[in-house]
Design a protein around this ligand. Structure first.
Ligand code: SF4
Length: 352
């Protein structure tokens, strides 16, 4: 189903599905049992805009740590469980707001029943995760290799396993590192389920390749009206995942808060350090997360003002100087070293 029609699911005090805003998730990369390190990282991610956080729970110490972590953070906490149903139960008992499991590898129907019973007691959602890397043999044999159809059939089988336990507080994720396969799987499953979809391209890669792969994959899926929450998966600092997710949502017009920066590619006309300036402007704009404005950073006064017209505010570089432009009108001329400060002042004056 398209996101306007999916089932509304509560994760802690947040809501996904049913046309609610698409929430941004990330995952910690600390040892969950290290409460201090994990809490510090989650707080940093909260500050950068993360709305739901997931921690892996591989052992008892990690499960116990969840209750201490929860006391210190403001966003819902999801427990990531592999294989051991006891960890799922312990995570729920320690306050997890949602668990992510693969019902097929949790140790059989009785153990799954025990996990679902516990989730039901606390009324927390279960995210059913299926991944192309761990698709079961039967599906690979049935379809000849790993396919979108196999991923969808596998995911829906797992959903039925939970429904058979008389529970429907469910979120689904289907992940593949292959973009066309991942897109197709989402298109197929959206026609067959009303549960919200957690969208991501798994093992997308390092900062550059991961961002591009995720931008393309998640972008195509979201643009079709599919997907209720996203995670950009990067080999790097999780804060970068959150930043990238925000940019993807903004680029698609699915998120209004936050400043959008448009900057020119530079050319032979550029006479200031525009690449350095654009980076500094982007950093400075992080402090204006609640604003919804477009800021242009253009290299020259020949094309800059015209190109910046569509922006709310911007700068066009000259020879060792810059023009501050608001809604297409030049409001100030400043020296190159004063551009950043002047732009920030003008944003505060005009939009805060
Ligand atoms: Fe070149 Fe000016 Fe266009 Fe930037 S705005 S690419 S400096 S012409």
């Amino acid at each position: 189903m398209y996101r306007d029609e999916t089932k509304v699911i509560h994760i802690g005090d947040r809501v996904i599905g049913g046309g609610n805003p698409i929430l941004i998730q990330s995952m910690t990369n600390t040892k969950t049992a290290d409460v201090r390190a994990t809490t510090d990282q989650i707080k940093r991610l909260e500050d950068s805009g993360c709305q739901i956080i997931r921690c892996t729970v591989p052992d008892e110490d990690s499960a116990r740590a969840l209750s201490a972590i929860k006391k210190e953070i403001r966003i819902p906490l999801v427990a990531d469980i592999h294989f051991d149903y006891r960890m799922a139960i312990a995570a729920i008992e320690n306050g997890a707001d949602k668990i992510r499991i693969n019902p097929g590898n949790i140790g059989g129907q009785d153990r799954l029943k025990a996990v679902v019973k516990k989730a039901k007691e606390r009324d927390i959602p279960i995210r059913v995760g299926v991944n192309s890397g761990s698709l079961e043999k039967e599906m690979i044999e049935k379809y000849g290799h790993v396919t979108a159809e196999g991923l969808v059939e596998s995911a829906l089988d797992k959903v039925r396993m939970i429904e058979d336990c008389d529970y429907d507080n469910i979120v689904i994720s289907i992940k593949s590192s292959d973009v066309p396969m991942c897109v197709k799987a989402h298109e197929l499953i959206a026609k067959q389920t009303h549960y919200p979809l957690h969208v991501g391209i798994t093992e997308a890669g390092t900062l550059l390749s991961g961002n591009i792969t995720s931008g393309v994959g998640i972008g195509i899926i979201l643009y079709q009206g599919i997907g209720d929450t996203i995670r950009v998966s990067l080999t790097g600092d999780p804060a970068e995942e959150v930043k990238s997710a925000k940019i993807i949502l903004r680029a698609l017009g699915l998120r209004k808060q936050g400043c959008r920066i448009v900057s020119c590619p530079t050319c032979g006309r550029t006479q200031i350090d525009l690449i350095g300036l654009a980076g500094k402007v982007e950093k400075m704009l992080e402090t204006f997360e609640d604003l919804n404005i477009t800021v242009a950073v253009m290299g020259c006064a020949v094309n800059g003002p015209g190109e910046a017209k569509e922006a709310d505010i911007g700068v066009a570089g000259g020879k060792g100087e810059g023009l501050i432009i608001k809604k297409g009108e030049v409001v100030r001329k400043v020296r190159e070293e004063e551009i950043l400060g002047a732009l920030e002042n003008e944003i505060r004056k005009s939009f805060c």
